[in-house]
Design a protein around this ligand. Structure first.
Ligand code: KIV
Length: 295
């Protein structure tokens, strides 16, 4: 296991991520949606915590990321911000928070920064170049996201791998370059062939963060519930590092058994009372009333 950064390790910034790329060091990113998870992932030295709109699916139980709202995202962003000290925190712009116009995008992204995020992420390529420009001009760091765009699932007809033809690979590269040109500080490459991801990584100055895009990117991001084994099924590109779902079912069943059999709780699980106070209490109660039948 690698060394974890110490308690006083310098906070991760958009600049330090770019320096990592320049030094050939890899970036580890995970999603986080709540305070305890943010605290634990921060302690593990994860560089980037993304409050992803995958919240809609893995936490709120929707089939796609489309239903999650700005208010829901902000609620979770605040909790993550309270749990993290070192990681760079990125708020994922949910569907309809930036698509309509750049001014609305700036306002919504600003709310993420007010909620304690350090940057925002948005899905889309060249068509969002003016939006990225407006955000960067407003002082808001932007992480791009190209390749598979889960918010376009209805147009794509499913969560399908992208950039598998020469033409579509070129289009994804051009999208990534356009976002970089407008000032994006990093770009997520989702579900594209590893050769394409590596070629884009070589051509970009800013770090690429891959998900389902092979080992040739500057960093990797996974949905934390997938990695921890908290979801029913995981995409093929995920490595599960724990099976916490099974542990939770075991722990909850053991609790249920203990409650049903009377093994839990025991006397030590309630506050103590002196015999003197107990006697005074009984005396104040007076004689015990007869129990009503059936009780
Ligand atoms: O919402 C999300 O979790 C993402 C990923 C890149 C993992 O956008």
């Amino acid at each position: 296991m690698g060394d974890r950064p110490g308690r006083d390790a310098a906070p991760v910034t958009v600049l330090s991520l770019q320096q990592k790329k320049a030094r050939g060091e890899r970036i580890a990113a995970l999603t986080a949606y709540d305070h305890p998870t943010a605290r634990l992932l921060d302690a593990a030295g994860i560089d980037v915590l993304l409050v992803g709109d995958s919240l809609a699916m893995v936490v709120l139980g929707h089939d796609t990321t489309l239903p999650v709202t700005m208010d829901e995202m902000l609620h979770h962003a605040r909790a993550v911000a309270r749990g993290s000290k070192r990681a760079l925190l990125v708020g994922d712009m949910p569907f309809l928070s930036y698509q309509a116009d750049a001014a609305e995008a700036v306002r919504n992204a600003g709310h993420f920064l007010q909620a304690g995020m350090h940057a925002v992420k948005l899905e889309g390529g060249r068509e969002y170049a003016p939006t990225v420009r407006a955000l960067v001009r407003a002082g808001i760091p932007v992480m791009g996201h190209v390749g598979l765009l889960p918010q376009s699932v209805r147009r794509l007809g499913g969560f399908r791998p992208q950039a598998r033809t020469a033409e579509s690979a070129r289009a994804v590269l051009d999208d990534a370059l356009a976002l970089e040109a407008e000032g994006a500080f990093a770009v997520v490459l989702e579900s594209v062939p590893e050769k394409v991801a590596a070629a884009i990584t070589e051509r970009l100055q800013v770090p690429t963060i891959g998900i389902g895009a092979g080992p040739g990117t500057d960093g990797q991001v996974l949905v934390v519930h997938d990695l921890l084994g908290l979801t029913d099924s995981v995409p093929r590109f995920v490595r599960q590092y724990a099976r916490l779902g099974e542990d939770i079912v075991k722990a909850a069943s053991a609790f249920r058994d203990d409650v049903e059999s009377g093994r839990f709780p025991q006397s030590k699980h309630a506050p103590a009372m002196s015999e003197e106070e107990w006697g005074a209490f009984l005396a104040a109660l007076g004689p015990q009333p007869a129990r009503r039948p059936g009780r």
